[in-house]
Design a protein around this ligand. Structure first.
Ligand SMILES: [Zn+2]
Ligand SMILES: [Zn+2]
Length: 174
């Protein structure tokens, strides 16, 4: 059975093709093409760009860096329905902390009200936020997560036909 090269979902019917790769739909095809383009960017250019963003000022609050990926977690429920997500933020430590506390509060209020997943996922997402608050990225070097996200940004820009590194790294996240 074929699997989507982007999201790994098993493809039952149809799907989209790009060479030897198969995707569920146009959205995954696009994401997948970007992911492929992202891995093919020249390592030296990526390293320079990642270093600039890491040492630059925060794209969210314009405060001082280091800038890295801070992931927060939220969940909300409505009776039989529960949705949860991981939300990566590129920003400074204080923006990351604010987002994690905000998403923890959001989940604490809105997470529980679904059965059974609200009851299961609310403690999980709260725990993930606590864990994420306790563990901040190493301030001296950019994390692999930051490089991955920035590679996707660069690839997206190349695909849009600009094909050049942006002058102001922060501008990408606006
Ligand atoms: Zn897919
Ligand atoms: Zn900030």
């Amino acid at each position: 059975m074929a699997k989507c090269a982007y999201c790994s979902t098993t493809i039952l019917f149809g799907g989209k093709r790009n060479g030897d790769l198969r995707f569920c739909n146009d959205k995954c095809l696009q994401g997948g093409s970007l992911a492929i383009a992202a891995t093919q960017l020249p390592a030296s250019e990526v390293a320079v760009y990642v270093g600039k963003v890491h040492r630059g000022s925060c794209p969210s609050c314009a405060g001082p860096g280091p800038v890295d990926v801070h992931t927060s977690y939220r969940v909300w429920s409505a009776l039989v329905m529960t949705q949860w997500s991981s939300r990566p933020l590129v920003g400074c430590k204080s923006c990351g902390t604010k987002r994690k506390l905000g998403d923890a509060a959001f989940s604490l209020v809105l997470g529980w009200w679904g059965f059974p997943w609200g009851l299961v996922m609310t403690p999980v997402q709260l725990g993930r936020n606590l864990f994420a608050l306790a563990r901040t990225p190493d301030p001296t070097t950019p994390s692999p997560a930051l490089e991955k996200i920035l590679r996707l940004h660069l690839a997206a820009q190349a695909v849009e036909g600009r094909g050049r590194l942006p002058a102001a790294p922060g501008a990408v996240f606006k």
